[in-house]
Design a protein around this ligand. Structure first.
Ligand code: CP
Length: 306
């Protein structure tokens, strides 16, 4: 695998291998050093978690890091993303982590690259595969299997790249996915049932909340009393199954999609997701850059620890 652009491109086996590799790394048994390997982090949209967890993951793997953004790179002079990536490849960079506002342009930009791997760190309303993989890793630590696990994704589905990536991946793994969303924010291109937030809280093993993506709305404005209609209130949290968990990719808008005190409640794994993000991003980088070697090393390590 050269690039990670979409969860739709991955097989069930490949998703499971990422989870296993992350677990091996977290047990401090599977890190492959990457001296003289350059990563370029290209963030043309704001980010706190993704950008910094990639930075930490790359440093923990011993990589050298080049930061590019929309202010001080030649993107401001009209250079295309495609040409920026070709330039980095010519310079000898091995990995580009790209967040940018246009949906779907990375597929085109990745074509023709031979020695540069691209990781999609969020493209417009398209996909956010590394967020999905860290979400899956977080879920895998709580439940023995994804098979028939009931997962509800609630919020601004239409504009959420996290919802899309997770819906693709979770269904592939055998989970039962439902959505909760106000009618204008539903996405009929994904064939998933819509339920109410009250139904979701009673029946779900995982309730994943999403931020309203105001920056991607043509017409702004919140939908009525959003928290009461579509959000996670204390009353709803009390009706959740005892072992159910709450996820949120963050940033969280406290008091909008989730009552503020629930961000730190017993069921919440929101900050665990962030910690898991570093480990999973190490696993992704290692898998893309080391290929089969990472897989063999992981198997060797697992044999020696069991
Ligand atoms: N979850 C996520 O992508 O957060 P950032 O926008 O802070 O990277």
């Amino acid at each position: 695998m050269q690039h990670l652009l979409s969860m739709n491109h991955l097989t069930k086996q490949e998703i499971e291998n990422f989870i296993k590799t992350a677990r091996t790394i977290e047990c401090d048994r599977g890190t492959l050093p990457m001296e003289q390997t350059f990563a370029s982090n290209i963030f043309l949209e704001p980010s706190t978690r993704t950008k910094n967890s990639f930075y930490i993951a790359e440093r923990r793997l011993g990589m050298d890091i080049l930061d590019l953004n929309g202010v001080d790179s030649s993107v401001t002079k009209g250079e295309t993303l495609e040409d920026t990536l070709k330039t980095l490849e010519a310079l000898g960079v091995q990995l580009a982590v790209v967040r940018q506002p246009e949906t779907g342009i990375l597929q085109q930009a990745a074509q023709g690259l031979s020695s540069l791997s691209i990781i999609n760190a969020g493209d417009g309303t398209g996909e956010h595969p590394t967020q999905s993989l860290l979400d899956l890793y977080t879920i895998s630590k709580e439940f023995p299997s994804f098979e028939n696990l009931r997962v509800t994704i609630a919020g601004d589905i239409k504009h959420s790249r996290v919802a899309r990536s997770n819906a693709y991946a979770l269904e592939k793994l055998g989970a039962k996915v439902s959505f909760v969303a106000p009618v204008p924010w539903r996405d009929e291109s994904i064939s998933t049932d819509y339920i109410t937030m009250d139904e979701a809280c009673v029946q779900s093993d995982v309730v994943m909340l999403l931020r309203i993506q105001h920056e991607r709305h043509v017409i702004g404005g919140q939908q009525g009393d959003y928290l009461q209609e579509f959000g996670l209130t204390k009353q709803r949290e009390q009706r959740m199954k005892d072992d159910a968990i709450i996820l949120h990719p963050a940033p969280v808008n406290r008091g909008v999609e989730i009552e503020s005190s629930l961000v730190e409640c017993r069921k919440s794994r929101i900050f665990d997701q962030m910690a898991n993000g570093v480990v999973m991003r190490m696993a992704i980088i290692q898998t893309l850059l080391k290929g089969e070697l990472a897989y063999e090393y992981k198997n060797y390590q697992q044999q020696t620890i069991s």
